[in-house]
Every structure is written in structure tokens, then in C-alpha cells.
Design a protein around this ligand. Sequence first.
Ligand code: FAD
Length: 306
Amino acid sequence: MSTASLMSVPRGRPTVSFELYPPRTPAGAAAAWETVERLADAAPDFFSVTYGASGSSRDASREVVRRILAETTVTPIAHLTCVDATREELRRLVGELVDEGVRDFLALRGDPPAGQPRWVPQPGGLNRASELVALIREVEQERLGGTGLSIAVAAYPAGASHTRAQDVASLVEKQEAGADFAITQVFYDASAYVDLVVEARAAAVHLPVVAGIIPMTDPRRLARLAELTGVPVPAALVEQLTVAVDDDERHRVGVAATVRLVEEVVAAGAPGLHVFTFNQHRPALDVVERLRRPLIPARPSTRTSR
Ligand code: FAD
């Protein structure tokens, strides 16, 4: 996919993309890269690579982005957060990434560090994802003369930590700052996605809203994700996964539930599906495989220019 096409996600069919996580240890790097290669074989529209709070995980994240650029034909989106960095440090980092060939970013505020319940901006740092979007646009102006970067932002269909009004106000700010599209946090009910999009459109948000999808195959992972995101897993789904007789049946049940959700959001007009892989290729690929025939016609190989 060319960089330009990431700037306006909707194109006749929903995009399919995968979120990747930098390996936690050097020993985990080989396995993580094997997962990237398996996922790349499915010719996704893009990968996105998460960005942690520690220096080592940030280095690992950058290394994964570099390798995707160098060794695959898939476009990488580099996640960035405002956590623990001054404006100048972020400006330098974005400039370095642009120099390395990165053209696509996911601009986030980030979560407060563990043990700190409320967000406190770093002195001299940024307070909101919208400010990071604006900063990336400044770097784009300086380095590339004003065009060439795509910027995604986060959106939240479900969860109790903010109100819908705050979520929509936040999307308005991000759009005004120069975002190109949004990717949602996990949700389990298509109506939550649809309601967010309807309310965002009513507030003049025209950003395409790509649906973030977790393959619902592993109840322990879903429970951890609920702790992280504040989005509860439906009790009926937990029950179905728990009573499954073995891992194979659990996998089948989870993939089927995920495919049902995806079909509902696609029917409602979702322009893309971003699969949170947690570096497990099989659930992600099985979901995509089940969806591909009806959704995605054969496509030529990806990156065209950089
Ligand atoms: P913002 O949009 O800046 O919002 C922060 C808070 O301010 C929210 O409570 C919001 O409701 C509120 N707010 C913003 N604007 C307004 C307004 N105008 N009026 C009222 N309230 C407002 N975190 C990581 O650390 N690394 C990652 O790689 C990462 N990847 C992610 C990928 C996706 C697809 C998603 C959905 C989230 C990801 N996150 C990641 C989590 C994210 O950093 C957290 O959810 C964080 O708490 C909020 O980030 P944000 O960019 O949405 O913040």
C-alpha cells in the first residue's frame, strides 16, 4: 500500500491490518519476527507497532518498525505517545522516524505510568493526543514541505472511563489538529461502534473509523485486556469459552464470535478492521481467512513508493 492511500482509508472494501507488539526480551525477538512474517504473508494493508513506556520497549518498537520497512512490503504505522517526553524530545523522535522512512503514525496520549492513577503531563511535554497530531504535522512541514505523512488516532466505542461526549469532543480536536483516520479500542457489541460513529458524524467528524478487533479465543487474554482497557468482556462470551471442552473448540467458538462481530460492523459501514494480534498469528489469521473471501478480492502486492 502506498503511503498516500493510508491517508484516506476507505476504498471499496474494508482494509485489514494487524497490531504488533515489540518483543519484551532479545530472546523473544525471533519468535515475534516469525509472527510478523506469517502475518505479512496474508498481505495486510498495514501493520501498526505499539509503543511502551520503558526505554527498552521503545527501542524494540522502533526496531520492529525498521525491520518491517526493510524486510516486508507492508506499510508500518508507528504508535507514539506523549508519556515521559518533552515536546522537543518528541519533535526529534518524529524527525528521526521520518528520516528512517516512516510515513505513518498513530498519535496517542498514552496511559499514566503504573501506580499513577491520574494523567499528569511531563513538564515541557504534551497533554493530549491532539497536541501530538499537531506536532507531527509541524515536523511534516519542516521535513517534507507539508505533505506525505498519515496520522491515525484512537477512538473509544465502549468502556466507562470517559463519557461519549468526551470521546466525541476528543475526536473533533484530533480531526482539527490534522488526523486522517481513527482506530478504535476493543469493543464487543457492534452497536457501540455504530453509536460512536453516528454521534461523531453528528459532530462533523468525518474521519474514517477503523474497527479495532480482538480475536475472542482466549478468555485469560480477554480478562487481562478488560483490566487494561476498562472494557468488560460479555458474560455470555466468557461462559461459552469456559465451557468449551478443549482449546480447539474454544478457538472455533472464539473465531466464530469474532467473525459475527466483524460482519456486523462491516455491514454497518466500517472502513477497515484492525486486528489486535498480541503477537499470536493463528487466531488473527483464522479470523481474516474466514472473512477474506466475501470481503477482499485478490489484490496486487503492496508498497509502491516511499
Ligand atoms: P486523548 O485523546 O488525548 O484523550 C485523553 C483523555 O482526555 C481521555 O480521557 C479523553 O476522553 C479526554 N479528552 C480528550 N479531549 C477531550 C475534550 N475535548 N474534552 C473532554 N475530554 C477530552 N497506549 C500506549 O501507551 N501505547 C500504545 O501503543 C497504544 N496503542 C493504542 C492503540 C489503539 C488502537 C488504542 C485505541 C489505544 C492505544 N493505547 C496505547 C492506549 C491509549 O494511550 C490510552 O487509551 C490513553 O489513555 C488515551 O490515549 P488517547 O490518545 O486516546 O488520548
